[in-house]
Design a binder for this molecule. Structure first.
Ligand code: SAM
Ligand code: SF4
Ligand code: SF4
Length: 337
């Protein structure tokens, strides 16, 4: 039986984002700058990560509290072996209406087929530029965009619904916006332009590097005719527009200039089993200790329910009025976006 819970601001819990690893094969400058995430960085050890069985057990409890949509993320989720097994387990939970994956796409050719067979249908692939120099610099490891583009084609052929995520930073990849949007429009794929966010404390965030949705629209409207699309559901993160005479859409994730905390229904589970109720939180609730300490499902449910009921997060709403920059915050690669 589903027992929906509401937080202190009357928001339901509808989505669960599960980070399956804190490791990544990229070092995106805005997420895991290589000066900080160097070879000696202390990532979680294997035994510290939740096993797929532990994730499944928790996911089932979250679903019984109202979660309908699950997203697998990381770090880079495709670094976790046999992700298809986890997908299969989550798909089998009664009440899960949607499961999706967010990935940098580099390893998609290795796991794509198995993931599709396991029931995954939707993948968001992050790509910040078509220009090899710009992309290589942004991903911090010199990877070529051609590898990601090939894997996008491959995943499309397998039958996945693909969306492309592009983080925009002023003076870094603004000139890539038109080439990227044109490329994906011609392939009928949706692209989402994401405002550079102040996640964590070590990505050198500077508000001057944020290009707002308003500016982006002005730039795009010089080239395309765009028509706003009604939100598909309450709390949809991206605001979409349709190009004239094309099935493709373009979305904006404008967490900085147009925050959407009032409709935020997302719970987040870190790779080592902590429950977070905001992307910009300082700490989370340790569910792994409970799991491994022999807690019953009732005890776990009660704990999750309590954390959600007490939730009052609205970091992005407060950004312009509170001194939020000084807060200690978890990193994006740790919690997965
Ligand atoms: N590694 C996977 C990937 O890159 O898709 C999944 C994890 S990544 C943290 C999830 C999303 O967060 C990616 O689309 C990435 O571009 C975005 N992201 C990371 N740091 C960001 C930042 N500072 N501002 C906005 N988006 C960011
Ligand atoms: Fe890795 Fe994704 Fe972060 Fe880039 S954005 S460093 S691919 S976790
Ligand atoms: Fe949700 Fe926190 Fe983002 Fe607001 S700032 S939308 S509460 S994750």
């Amino acid at each position: 039986m589903i027992q929906p819970v509401k937080d202190s601001l009357h928001r339901l819990m509808r989505d669960l984002r599960i980070s399956v690893t804190d490791r990544c094969n990229f070092r995106c400058t805005y997420c895991m700058p290589k000066e900080i995430y160097h070879d000696n960085h202390a990532f979680f050890k294997k035994q510290e990560l939740l096993s797929y069985e532990e994730i499944r057990r928790l996911a089932e409890l979250f679903v019984s509290l109202g979660v309908k949509k699950v997203r697998l993320t990381g770090g880079e989720p495709l670094l976790r072996k046999n992700l298809n097994e986890l997908v299969r387990q989550i798909v089998s939970i009664k009440g899960v209406e949607d499961i999706a994956l967010t990935t940098n796409g580099l390893l998609l050719h290795q796991q794509g087929q198995e993931l599709f067979k396991a029931g995954l249908r939707r993948i968001n692939i992050s790509l910040d530029a078509l220009n090899p120099e710009i992309f290589g610099q942004m991903n911090g490891r010199g990877f070529d965009p051609a590898q990601i583009l090939d894997n996008i084609d491959y995943a499309t052929q397998l039958g996945f619904e693909i969306k492309v995520n592009m983080v925009i930073q002023r003076h870094i990849n603004v000139k890539e916006i038109i080439p990227m949007t044109t490329y994906f429009k011609d392939r009928n794929l949706t692209i989402r332009l994401i405002e550079f966010m102040d996640v964590g404390n070590d990505n050198g965030w500077d508000s001057k590097q944020v290009v707002t949705k308003k500016e982006l629209l002005q730039l795009l409207q010089k080239v395309y005719e765009l028509e706003p699309v009604e939100p598909a559901y309450l709390g949809e993160v991206a605001q979409y527009y349709r190009y004239n005479q094309s099935a493709a859409k373009i979305g904006f994730i404008s967490s900085i200039s147009e925050p959407f905390c009032s409709a935020c229904t997302r719970a987040r589970l870190s790779a080592e089993g902590k429950l977070f109720t905001c992307l910009f939180a300082s700490d989370g609730f340790d569910l792994r200790s409970m799991l491994r300490g022999g807690a019953s499902n009732e005890e776990l449910l009660e704990a999750i329910q309590r954390v959600w009921t007490e939730r009052n997060d609205r970091y992005s709403d407060e950004r312009s009025t509170h001194n939020t920059e000084q807060r200690k915050k978890i990193g994006m690669s740790y919690i997965g976006g």
